[in-house]
Every structure is written in structure tokens, then in C-alpha cells.
Write a protein that binds this ligand. Sequence first.
Ligand code: ZN
Length: 268
Amino acid sequence: MAQIIFLGTAGSAAVASKNIRSSGGIILRIDDAFQFHLDPGPGALPKAHEYGINPHNTTAVLVSHNHINHCNDLNLVIEAMTHSGLERRGVILGSKSTLQPGENSHPFITRYHHNLVERVIPMEKNHKVALESVEIHALPVEHTDQTAIGFKLFCPGFVVSYPGDTSLTPQLTESLVGTDVLILNVPYPGKRAQGSNLDSDTAIKLINQIKPRLAVITHFGLEMLKADPMHEARLIQQATGVQTIAASDGLTISPTGYGNYHSPVKGF
Ligand SMILES: [Zn+2]
């Protein structure tokens, strides 16, 4: 059985700091074998506990880019995953900006925490990695963090994609083809996107081209919350014909019913 649990749905520092919505990332659980933690933002551990997730069972942490609401609690999650280093375990996958020193930046993972885990894998756009029965493709996203990536996860029975923060590009659209469950960060309603982010209008364009079985919008900014994410999700569903849900903190979905993908090993 697989589950996707939203630990938080805040899409801006303003929303998170006013505590209107939480952050903390997204959990993907596959049977009892894997537990992936995507984008562990602030509050990842308390939110995990609140929603019945044991952070020690985390097998991999996936970080899309180095903005604080996506990676702030990476080192804390590593502490929990390894019992503060008592067990050397787990894999960290992420953008170069979070895991490697850059010309003008230092990585978000500390050297100490780097040494607590089994493997640390900085990924570039379009790179592929296999973790047991899950194939992971780094999506070519376009964001203010130039090294930002998204994740397309080929799981047994379904494909789930999480581009993270990005604008809409033909390369991204192409890389998302074949997605069953599409999780989109949509901080803005209507046509009001600022910078390299999505709004409802670009989400419609993207979903129309991909036609996933299920679309979930999350990562809401203040304007989006004012417009009401449920209302925006309804508009997206009407425009695309694709079932669309607005995530709420603690939302759990079962992706298995949405997939038609049965070959996790071949076909890449
Ligand atoms: Zn960002």
C-alpha cells in the first residue's frame, strides 16, 4: 500500500510565519519498505509526529532546492533518521545547491550530517537514480535557484511527479509525460504568478498537456489562500477534465488506484 501525506501546504514565508498553513514537506510511503520525505521545510518533525509518521523510518530525503521553506529541516530529519548518528543509514538526494558547496554559497547539509547517512547524491536536471524498486528522475525545472530540480518517481504501480517550485517550460512539460499523480506547487491564483512559480492558469496549461489521473495543488501563498485553493482546484478541474484536489495540512492520498505503471525496472 502506498500513501502520500502532506505535512504542510504553505507556499511562502508569509503564510508559514503567520502560521496560517504549516510547512514540513511531503511524505511518500510505499508498503512498509520505503518512506521518502520530500522538501523538509520548517516544522518537518513535529508535523510528521502529528500525522502519525515516524521520522526514524525515513529511507530517503529528497530536496528540490535551497529555499528555506524547502530544506530548512534537512539536518534535523537526518538526526531523526539516524538516531543522531547511532545508525548510519538513509539516502539524501537533492539539488547541488543543497548538497554541494557553490562559488558563492555553502551547502545546506552540514558536513557532520553528511557523514551520518549512507549516501548523499547531488542530482542535476535529467539525472536518473534507482533506489530499490523506485526510479527517480530529476525534473528540469526553472527557478531562481539555478540548480533546482523536481522529482519524477516511478513507483511500483504508479508514477508520481513533484516538480517543486518552477515556471512552466516546454522541457518540464515533456519530462512530466506519463505521470499518474501530479503534485504542483501553485502559490498564486488566476494569472498572478510572480517570478519563477506557477499560478492556476499555468497549472491548467500544464495539466492539460500531461493529463495525469490526479492533480494535487499545494504550496499556497497569501493571494491563493484568499482566492481559496478549493475554488481554484475546481476551476482547474473544469478546465482540464482532470480530477484536481487542493491539498490541506495532513491530507493523505492513496496513489495506487491512479496508476497504470507496472514496470519499475525497465523502460527508461
Ligand atoms: Zn523556491
